[in-house]
Design a protein around this ligand. Structure first.
Ligand code: NAD
Ligand code: DAU
Length: 377
């Protein structure tokens, strides 16, 4: 029996990780610790909420005493830490919340784990603190080949029609951190704290840095679900700048599988980059999404292209992210299971089939947020 805290389990990626662990490991007790901010949604976990090996605790990771109590009550021996403020645009408007949750919240989790585990006779034996981070901490890569070149590697994710790289440099684990947004600065700081707890106290930690995830249950302020919903309702699609920025996309269930593998087989104190060598310019991905939604809804493919609306660019908008996940693929044998075209098809179908999930979120407070976000663009 292992007792594992998963923080942020009611969010997008966290809900996939909780689902995978609860279903795959009936002998583990999974304790989902989530504050249920605007991004947390228990509807993401309806299918597993009654499982005997699952407990939900509504708590703020910054509340050290409460977190300490959870470690003691459940005799916790593993942590998979995902809880964070995760949206770059929000961090530009409100950096304090990002520093508080992402930095102080992570510190509170680390300190609680340290005090609890040090108090046990076996101390660090069999313990693991796994911190989920992002490729954004490495900063931005230049787009040296705007037309795209053959990438050095392809994976299942990049094996479809499009498999281009927009430069010859990639994010590797040994790169210096150069975060640009308040979000990535806060994530970078939290990564440093995690490594400091290993180097100073000997805590068994692991950090992974993943590229952009897409798939079911993503909050519709992020590019793909926002655009799917807007296309459905024939609302404008706000493309930042020229739409030329490049992101490296991974299906969320492939990220969850990597987390499972690394939690169990990864080497303590190591960092692993997670990504599928699957770079896309925003505008190209947007066209794929428009065509897919139109086709599935029985509209003429591409008829909603005129919804594309170029708006003022995001401040400090990072040009290109591209993860090199060779280490994870070689050392632990992970690779993406889905081609990008398959993943997008699955994703679009999921949002269109789950309109009630979407409507529940996009009414009320969300509407005000969305309007204020785009009011002065
Ligand atoms: P999300 O915003 O969908 O979910 C975040 C979850 O954390 C929510 O359930 C929220 O309620 C919870 N939370 C926020 N503040 C909290 C607090 N103070 N205490 C307890 N719970 C709190 O985020 P996501 O996209 O699922 O990202 C999860 C993690 O993965 C984050 O750490 C993010 O930095 C990282 N990440 C995300 C991506 C991506 O593409 N989405 C890629 C790489 C890494
Ligand atoms: O790279 C990993 C990161 O990916 C994660 O750490 C973050 O938590 C996650 O939010 C994501 O960050 P991005 O900023 O890349 O994701 P987002 O979906 O906000 O935007 C993707 C790209 O699309 C980015 O270049 C900005 C652009 N964009 C986004 C929105 C919401 C638009 O052009 N219009 C939009 O309305």
């Amino acid at each position: 029996m292992r007792n594992i805290i998963i923080t942020g389990g009611a969010g997008f990626i966290g809900s996939h990780v909780v689902r995978l662990f609860v279903n795959k490991y009936p002998d583990y007790h999974i304790i989902n610790v989530d504050k249920l901010t605007y991004a947390g949604n228990l509807a993401n976990l309806k299918d597993i909420e009654d499982k005997p090996n699952y407990t939900f605790v509504k708590a703020d990771i910054c509340d050290f005493e409460t977190i300490m109590g959870i470690f003691r009550k459940h005799n916790v021996d593993g942590v998979i830490h995902l809880a964070a403020e995760s949206h770059v645009d929000r961090s530009i408007k409100d950096p304090f919340t990002f520093a508080q949750t992402n930095v102080m919240g992570t510190l509170s989790m680390l300190q609680a784990a340290k005090l609890y585990w040090e108090s046990l006779p076996e101390k660090w034996e069999g313990k693991r603190f796994y911190h989920i981070s992002t490729d954004e901490v490495y900063g931005a890569l230049e787009m040296t080949d705007p037309e795209g070149i053959e990438p050095p590697f392809t994976t299942k994710a990049s094996s479809g029609k499009h498999h281009l790289a927009y430069g010859s440099k990639f994010f590797t684990e040994d790169l210096k951190y150069q975060p640009h947004s308040p979000y990535s600065a806060a994530k970078a700081s939290s990564d440093h704290f995690v490594r400091a707890f290993h180097d100073t106290y000997g805590m068994p930690t692991i950090v992974t840095n993943c590229s952009n995830n897409y798939g079911p249950y993503q909050f519709p302020e992020k590019l793909i679900p926002l655009f799917i919903n807007n296309i459905r309702h024939r609302k404008p699609l706000p493309v930042y700048g020229k739409g030329e920025n490049v992101r490296d996309w991974l299906f969320v269930e492939d990220h969850a599988r990597a987390i499972d593998l690394i939690f169990h087989k990864g080497t303590i104190a190591e960092t692993y980059n997670i990504g599928g060598f699957n770079e896309w310019k925003n505008i190209d991905i947007i066209k794929v999404v428009i065509n897919t939604v139109d086709r599935i809804l029985g509209r003429k493919e591409g008829e909603d292209m005129d919804l594309i609306t170029y708006v003022t660019d995001r401040a400090g908008h990072d040009m290109r992210y591209a993860i090199d996940s060779t280490k994870l693929q070689k050392e632990l044998g992970w690779e993406p299971s889905l081609q990008f075209e398959e993943g997008i098809e699955k994703t679009v179908r999921w949002y269109l089939d789950n309109q009630a999930w979407m409507d529940n979120i996009t009414s009320g407070e969300y509407e005000k947020y969305y309007e204020s976000m785009y009011a002065n663009r």
